[in-house]
Design a protein around this ligand. Structure first.
Ligand code: ZN
Length: 376
């Protein structure tokens, strides 16, 4: 039976009313599952300890988060990426971020104890670097969990399907030969955080194990999934993971207001199916999913509710419950479709799709050419 991890304290990870990284997105997904008749019985984690956080972050940075969290002024807080527009300071943010990290770490512990499929209904804070908060991310829950697993002998394949490059996870684990990272994202030439080029391949013993696929803006599902298949089949043939850790950001969806990829909920369903299949094939089914970005209130809750259904081998329903649509349309003002999946032809067709497909194929060829030099 898969495990789902969640705690009401996750709701305290909240940068304020007008910030896109709102806890309401997860609340909507939970409420959707409830409206569909599924009772989510989550495992409740503990917050990560200071020592857990220090396994991947610098002490000066943690000191700064703690001080600001207790409303103590830190004159050079901007140096640590805090008090910025993306990461405004809020009271209790250290504890809130430790709850999130503790949830993902708990997922790693469950995998260690023999669980196969785990879904952490939060986290995925992949931009947090060793000593800098960034892109709505304070503590890097993913790196904490991956380090925990790799220190216990697991070879970890980290797969990041958030539309933004997983720069923080990559930075923290750049030299780690026990961790392969694969990030598919909209090219940093167009989108935050600006990194994730094919030449960022890792260093030292980790060289050749950090793979980046910068995709063209307006990439549709067909090209995205083709790219995913090519890179994953080459990479996993080389690196035989014992577990997958997946950052399942929902912001590659076409309706996302912060980015420009064009995936539909059907594409996400195919993608999640493929990931579950790869986990079965390579890692005895062991996979830990977290959430991540995903700022369309119409899309993200459906995508994450679908992920819950899929890891439980439950069918994706045809229709959305009307009462759920009415309630959340009223609360958020977001439009909701009548069906669970996106309607057909729900966006204007991309005019240069052939050119985008060819460019993405070229990127994959160049990436595999460069990385395979380090694969023996
Ligand atoms: Zn994102």
């Amino acid at each position: 039976m898969p495990s789902v991890i969640y705690h009401p304290a996750y709701r305290n990870y909240d940068f304020g009313k007008h910030h896109p990284f709102s806890p309401v997105r997860v609340e909507m997904a939970l409420d959707l599952l409830d409206a569909l008749g599924y009772t989510v019985n989550p495992v409740q984690p503990e917050p990560a300890t200071r020592a857990d956080i220090l396994s991947v972050h610098e002490e000066n940075f943690v000191n700064c988060v703690e001080a600001l969290s207790s409303e103590v002024d830190v004159p050079d807080s901007a140096r640590y990426g805090l008090g910025t527009r993306d990461n405004p300071v809020f009271p209790g943010m250290d504890e809130a971020a430790r709850w999130i990290a503790g949830g993902t770490l708990h997922g790693a512990r469950l995998i260690e104890q023999g669980e196969r499929r785990v879904l952490q209904l939060g986290g995925g804070l992949h931009h947090a670097r060793r000593d800098v908060a960034s892109g709505f991310c304070i503590y890097n829950d993913l790196a904490v969990a991956i380090r925990y697993l790799s220190q216990r002998g697991f070879w970890v394949a980290y797969l990041d399907v958030d539309v933004h490059h997983g720069d923080g996870v990559q930075q923290i684990l750049y030299e780690d030969m026990h961790v392969m990272t694969v990030s598919l994202h909209e090219s940093g030439r167009y989108l935050f955080p600006g990194t994730g080029d094919i030449h960022e391949l890792g260093s030292g013993p980790g060289r050749g194990l950090k793979l980046n696929i910068p995709l063209e803006p307006f990439t549709e599902g067909e090209s995205y999934l083709e790219t995913f298949e090519k890179v994953m089949s080459a990479a996993l043939g080389q690196f035989r993971p014992g577990v997958f850790v997946v950052q399942a950001g929902a912001d590659a969806h076409f309706d996302d207001p912060l980015a420009d990829l064009m995936l539909t909920t059907h594409d996400y369903e195919t993608l999640f199916n493929r990931i579950l299949h790869l986990a079965d094939t390579f890692a005895a089914g062991r996979v830990l999913f977290t959430l991540g970005g995903g700022y369309s209130l119409c899309a993200a809750p459906r995508i994450w509710a679908m992920l819950y259904l899929m890891i439980h081998d439950l069918p994706v329903p045809e229709r959305l419950p009307a009462a759920w649509c009415d309630r959340w349309s009223r609360i958020t003002g977001a439009w909701m479709p009548e069906e669970f999946h996106d309607p057909d032809l729900c966006y204007r067709p991309v005019t240069n799709r052939e050119e985008i497909i060819l460019r993405n194929r070229h990127v994959v060829r160049r990436l595999l050419d460069s990385a395979s030099h380090y694969w023996v």
